[in-house]
Write a protein that binds this ligand. Structure first.
Ligand code: MN
Length: 251
């Protein structure tokens, strides 16, 4: 059994280091991750420049590229092997609701969707001032991956796991959830560079809007580990017939 590990915070981040330790012994591990923080990279591929892979130590590689680049390379020819699963994380910060559209952590997991087993994105719902219990998220990661190896779910399933930032003893179990929704983001923050030119910071993500029971937001707020099964098909199936009628009048 061969597991590919990646993330979007960079190969040396605290979260991926905790994940590598947590999964040791479960399978043969290979880690391929960006050379620096690429949070918010989503499913982006580098197409205009070649990709350079740097071996850091046995089984750990850094790529000057995005999380998707890392997994794409790894499953498409960088190694003379076939991986069974991709595990991405442990992200520094939650990936709840709308976050999954922007997340490089989730993107890395999605890029492994054609492998034979589900892929897993794991995020610790920590802020800069919260406890940062990566040990809790690491134990969660090991339990889920060990469970998938013993009792596989359907393949091409992406599991988005969000772990409350609390000690392990304070977790209130695991729960299957759907994505909630956030309010709109905070506005951009204008500033000036040292030469007086205007620059802008992207504002913080908005607070939860759809946080009803059954959502990922609700689970994490109740100190439960949220596990959301994601689908790649973004089609709004219910709208296809109506759109067909609307289009037929155009021509
Ligand atoms: Mn990140």
């Amino acid at each position: 059994m061969k597991i590919l590990i990646s993330n979007d915070d960079g190969y040396g981040s605290r979260g991926i280091t905790a994940l590598r330790s947590a999964l040791a012994g479960l399978a043969e591990l290979t880690t391929v991750a960006p050379d620096r923080n690429r949070s918010g990279a989503s499913n982006s591929l580098t197409l205009e420049t070649p990709l350079r892979v740097v071996g850091i130590e046995p089984g750990l590689y850094s790529v000057v590229g995005t999380p998707t680049d890392c997994v794409h390379l790894s499953v498409s020819g960088l190694f003379d092997t076939r991986f069974d699963m991709v595990v991405s994380g442990i992200n520094h910060g939650g990936n709840l609701g709308d976050d999954v559209l922007y997340s490089g952590t989730v993107a890395a997991a999605i890029e492994g969707r054609f492998l034979g087993l589900p892929t897993v994105a794991i995020s610790l719902c920590s802020g800069p001032d919260t406890g940062q219990h990566f040990d809790t998220a690491a134990r969660v990661a090991r339990q889920i991956v060990a469970g998938l190896l013993q009792r596989p779910l359907e393949s091409e399933l992406v599991l988005n796991v969000n772990v409350p930032d609390v000690p392990w003893e304070e977790l209130r179990g695991f729960v299957a959830t759907r994505l909630g929704r956030r309010h709109e983001s905070e506005p951009v923050i204008p500033s000036r560079d040292p030469r007086g030119q205007p620059v802008y910071w992207i504002g913080a993500a908005g607070p939860g809007k759809d946080v009803e029971p059954g959502t990922d937001f609700h689970a994490v707020a109740n100190q439960q580990v949220s596990v959301t099964p994601l689908t790649i098909d973004m089609t709004r199936h219910a709208a296809v017939p109506l759109l067909g009628q609307w289009l037929s009048v155009l021509t």
